[in-house]
Write a new protein. Structure first.
Length: 305
């Protein structure tokens, strides 16, 4: 197997120690950073003449970075690559230059599902000292709408169904497997109107909930976000939270993104400042899949020579 001349993990990719040791076998030189660069100059300085770049979902790799770092041949995203449009890496520009970009799928969904179930149960029963309604209620027969029926959305839907919730969903395209499993498809407006709890499970940089949508949603409702960053207009969310003390927004550190300062004054914001998809198990899955992507690329490169 051929090796890269220089591998740079430009930020905290969450690769475990075993994976970092394995990287030494895949590159002649390996440089690993465990923080998040605050500006593009630092990013380009760190990458330098590397031909292999590893990056998390948090650090932008735009055209200007690719312009400055001409040796990049491979970008390993240590996160999910949902689609080029919502990605922190300019995938389209990278591919135009012949740079291979690979992401990692299905590594942190289990923890995200556990987060959704645990936080809803705490709020519905009042186990954490805050209760949604006057009396404790189960998930059983609660009407819950899922926005986005990808891998995470479907796992959340299956878990909620197990607890007896009445689950419906909205997606850009209807999902035959979801329909066959008994999940009811609804247009977005209908989903917001008819459900008590809404869970957004969509790619980053998709903002589906604005002032109009929150008006349709109404009060005494709960919104849970499993996406990377907000899925809504921040001002509209703040107005909705301030409109009624019985409206709640639940999210973890990944879902909060960079809007905490704008929402922190809302007493009905239930923020968990941890990454729910990060665990011993998810880090292991992420590490193995990220390494497998690199090895696959190097093997293909060697075979093409």
């Amino acid at each position: 197997m051929t090796r890269f001349k220089k591998i740079v993990a430009v930020d905290e990719t969450l690769l475990n120690e075993e994976a970092l040791q394995q990287l030494q076998k895949l590159g002649e030189e390996v440089v690993v950073y465990h923080d998040f660069p605050q500006d593009e100059h630092i990013v380009t300085e760190r990458i330098g003449d590397a031909d292999c770049l590893l990056v998390s979902f948090r650090t932008p790799i735009r055209k200007s970075v690719l312009d400055a770092c001409r040796n990049i041949q491979y970008i390993g995203m240590c996160c999910t690559l949902y689609n080029p449009e919502s990605c922190n890496v300019d995938v389209i520009e990278a591919q135009r230059r012949g740079i291979t970009v690979l992401g990692v799928k299905d590594y942190g969904d289990e923890g995200v599902v556990e987060y959704v179930i645990s936080e809803l149960v705490r709020l519905l029963h009042g186990f954490g000292g805050i209760r949604w309604r006057k009396e404790s209620t189960e998930l059983t027969r609660r009407k819950i709408g899922i926005i986005g029926m990808g891998k995470t959305g479907r796992m959340v839907a299956d878990a909620l169904k197990f607890f007896g919730a009445e689950v419906s969903y909205f997606s850009r395209h209807r999902k035959a497997d979801a329909d066959n499993a008994g999940f009811v498809y609804m247009p977005l407006d209908e989903l917001l109107d008819k459900n008590e709890i809404i869970c957004t499970c969509i790619p980053r940089n998709n903002y589906l909930l604005g002032k109009r949508e929150f008006s349709i949603l109404g009060n005494s409702k709960i919104v849970v976000n499993t996406s990377v960053g907000p899925t809504f207009d921040v001002a509209a969310m703040k107005d909705w939270l301030n409109e009624s003390p019985d409206n709640y927004y639940l999210c973890d550190a990944t879902g909060m993104g960079n809007v905490y300062e704008e929402l922190k004054s809302c007493s009905n914001l239930l923020y968990t400042p941890y990454i729910s998809g990060k665990s011993i198990q998810s880090v292991e899955r992420l590490s193995q899949k990220a390494l497998a992507n690199i090895e696959s690329y190097l093997t293909a490169s060697a075979n093409n020579k």
